[in-house]
Every structure is written in structure tokens, then in C-alpha cells.
Design a protein around this ligand. Structure first.
Ligand code: MHO
Length: 222
């Protein structure tokens, strides 16, 4: 097994990440749609998504954690480039990729849009009404304003990539604190979960410095 040590000369992925938008030029969107591992990967694979993180929101209990969630829900929060994606595009991804017709057995997994502002809330209401019309049944999704977001524990962030043999540990070590906020890591996390098209996967892989073993471990999951 090839385990190269974390070393800045083998990390041009960082270089790529510095070309991504700073937080004051992105918009955020927050969704609850079941266990947050899946949506973290699904959104992370999309061009125009700059950063993803998973966490707890939609409740009032202070300092929620995975084992002490209180009345919160598992959510994914994305930062997106408003020149490349509209909020409606994200609503489309949200509503086409989970069960919005039945009520989740636990509040932890409820379907919820946590709007960042009144415009997002209005857009979600319009989208929901249109969906009900087209589908001919009611949407159980709650539409609310986001109050607080608490980032989940590191082991839940980019879970799909983290649990990829060889590469997960290596990239987590190489990136350190920057792992969760990396755009490249968000894409890889999506790609290993089977999202994204082959040409975009190839293009990203070109710019990432990986050992042959890591490369083949990633490709095995694409
Ligand atoms: N059924 C999943 C849920 C995890 S998710 C972070 C599991 O425990 O494996 O809620």
C-alpha cells in the first residue's frame, strides 16, 4: 500500500481550491432530506457548488451533536456560485432526490427547506406549489427560515470520501482543517458516491496530485 506522507509539495489540490469563490461571493442554501451523508455527496458533485458541510438545524436545542440532537434535523448546507447556479436549481435537486411525500419517522430525518431569507422562502413556496400541482399530491416538506446551523462532527463531513479506502485518510491528513471547505474534496466526495459525469471526473482528476494507488481506489468507486 502506498501511503505518501502529507507534504505541501504533493498538494496542488490546494492551488485549485484557491481559485474558488470566497465566502462573501457565494450564497448559501440549507436542506434536510434524510441522512446527511447522501446529500453532502450529491450536491458536492455539482458544478457551481463551491463548498458543502453537514450539520444540525431546524430546532431550538442549544449545542446539538449527533448523539444529542434534541429537536434538530440533519441538514446539508451548500455555498454556491450565483453566476452558475440559481436557488431554483438547488430546489430541483432537493425535491427530485428524496421522499417528500411521506412524513419521516423521526424529526432527525424530516424533509425541510431552511431558507436563508424571504426570497428563498418565497421561491421554495412557489416550487412546492408547482410540485403539488404536477404530482397531484401534497408535499410534506416543511418550509422555514434558518435560525441556527451547528456543524456536525468531522467524521460526518464528506463521509463518502472519508470512507474510501486509502484515499480518504490520506486526503483528510493532507488537507487537515481545510478538508471540509475544499471544493475539490466536495467534488471527489460526490464522485465516489457515483455522481457527476465521466468527463468532469476525468478533468478534476487531471489536476489532483495522487499516487497511482489512490487514483485507482478513487476510480474503482466512480
Ligand atoms: N442509517 C445510517 C444513518 C446515519 S446518518 C448520519 C447509519 O447509521 O448508518 O443519520
Amino acid at each position: 500500500m502506498n501511503r505518501s506522507s502529507p507534504d505541501s509539495t504533493t498538494a496542488p489540490t490546494r492551488e485549485q481550491d484557491t481559485r474558488t469563490l470566497p465566502a462573501d461571493e457565494t450564497r448559501t442554501a440549507t436542506f434536510g432530506m434524510g441522512c446527511f451523508w447522501g446529500p453532502d455527496a450529491r450536491f458536492g458533485a455539482i458544478e457551481g457548488i463551491v463548498r458543502t458541510r453537514v450539520g444540525y438545524a431546524g430546532g431550538t436545542t442549544p449545542n446539538p451533536s449527533y448523539h444529542s440532537l434534541g429537536d434538530h434535523t440533519e441538514v446539508v448546507q451548500v455555498e454556491y456560485d450565483p453566476d452558475k447556479l440559481g436557488y431554483e436549481d438547488l430546489l430541483e435537486v432537493f425535491w427530485t432526490n428524496h421522499d417528500w411525500a411521506s412524513t419521516a419517522p423521526k424529526r432527525q430525518y424530516r424533509s425541510v427547506v431552511l431558507a436563508a431569507d424571504d426570497d428563498q422562502l418565497a421561491a421554495a413556496e412557489r416550487f412546492r406549489d408547482g410540485l403539488e400541482e404536477r404530482a397531484g399530491r401534497s408535499v410534506t416538506t416543511n418550509l422555514e427560515r434558518l435560525e441556527t446551523f451547528t456543524r456536525a462532527e468531522d467524521y460526518h463531513q464528506k463521509y463518502e470520501l472519508r470512507s474510501t479506502p486509502v484515499v480518504g485518510d490520506e486526503l483528510a491528513a493532507r488537507y487537515g482543517d481545510a478538508f471540509v471547505d475544499s471544493t475539490v474534496v466536495a467534488r471527489l466526495n460526490g464522485f465516489v458516491a457515483g455522481h457527476g459525469d465521466p468527463s468532469r471526473r476525468e478533468a478534476l482528476m487531471e489536476g489532483v496530485d495522487l499516487t497511482p494507488t489512490q487514483r485507482s481506489e478513487l476510480q474503482r468507486r466512480f
